[in-house]
Design a protein around this ligand. Sequence first.
Ligand SMILES: Nc1nc2c(ncn2[C@@H]2O[C@H](COP(=O)(O)OP(=O)(O)OP(=O)(O)O)[C@@H](O)[C@H]2O)c(=O)[nH]1
Ligand SMILES: [Mg+2]
Length: 364
Amino acid sequence: MRAIIIGVGQCGTKIADLFSLVDFEALAINTSRGDLEYLKHIPSDRRILIGESLTGGKGVNANPVLGREAMRRDLPMVMRKINSMVGYEDVDIFFLTFGFGGGTGAGGTPLLAEALKEEYPDSLVVAIGALPLKEEGIRPTINAAITIDKLSKVADSIIAIDNNKLKEGDLDISQAYERINYTIVERIASLLALIDIPGEQTLDASDLKFVLKAFGSFATVGYAKARADQIKSLSKLIVKSFESEGLYLEANVESALYGLVAIHGPPEVLKAKDIFEALDELTDRIKGKQIFRGFYPDPRTREVEVVTLLSGIYDSESIEGIIRTAKEYASSFMRAKAEAESKKKELLEGLPDFDDIYPGEVDG
Ligand SMILES: Nc1nc2c(ncn2[C@@H]2O[C@H](COP(=O)(O)OP(=O)(O)OP(=O)(O)O)[C@@H](O)[C@H]2O)c(=O)[nH]1
Ligand SMILES: [Mg+2]
């Protein structure tokens, strides 16, 4: 199974950088030279500055129109770079990581997704985007809503991560982001690491692609982990991975079409009865009734790790909240704009021109 991670914008490249740390092939794209230099793990020849002619390498200040234009201008260069990375071996999935609320990631990612779909029709394009924190205010919310709309038309799935949900305790914002990014990478890397490796009943790339090929709907990754000697009920641990506290999106699990569950742990703990009990419950709950599963007994580990991927989700409070707020804002903005225009017209109507007041001052 081959996955390439492409980060766009600051949030996206930071996440891609962590994927690079755990040995994934990763590429970083940004309009900000400083942010690219700040990365730690992606080699410098895999960091691409876009839109230099537009912004001088200074970022786009949360303006997705500029982010989109930066990507448009430099798309040929970006695609050449991706081509040389891909070489002659097929790529199963391109994961595009980005923040929904900024300018570079939100504006540029949909264009890149479209270009990748065109150039690599057999590969999936899966967006992994962080949804803005409530405290960030209106602009990131609008950027997120419009980007969701655009990506839902080109990406195979959108793995949306609700920053609000993962922010715990009173960490300051940058520590909170670090922690969230680490969590995202841990979950997705754990899942990908279990594809195509030997196990009892294993998952392969085609299972993962089947689950993620979900016409631009939402997907979420759930996770639960515990020390083997502290597990009272394995089936409870599995169920926990797809309940609200395990998922990183506020979503209605019942609305999911497909699921995939991978369980890794010491052989004596992975009891078939417990596993099937939990998987039956999940199969029953989700709309599509299809769950792919992989069991990975591993005598070297003392921990049980469960990763659950749910796709085809259309019912999510995190997403609906953003779309609703964006629509309310858009309609009140349009109304205010129309009112301002008509007020201006009313106010200025009936004023004379200079010539009416100063007749005959200029001859001819
Ligand atoms: N999870 C997570 N979210 C982040 C991080 N940094 C920023 N964000 C979120 O992403 C949005 C901002 O996106 P950025 O990636 O900073 O913006 P950008 O794409 O670089 O675009 P510009 O800075 O406007 O050029 C905000 O809404 C934040 O909530 C991060 O490290 N982790
Ligand atoms: Mg930035």
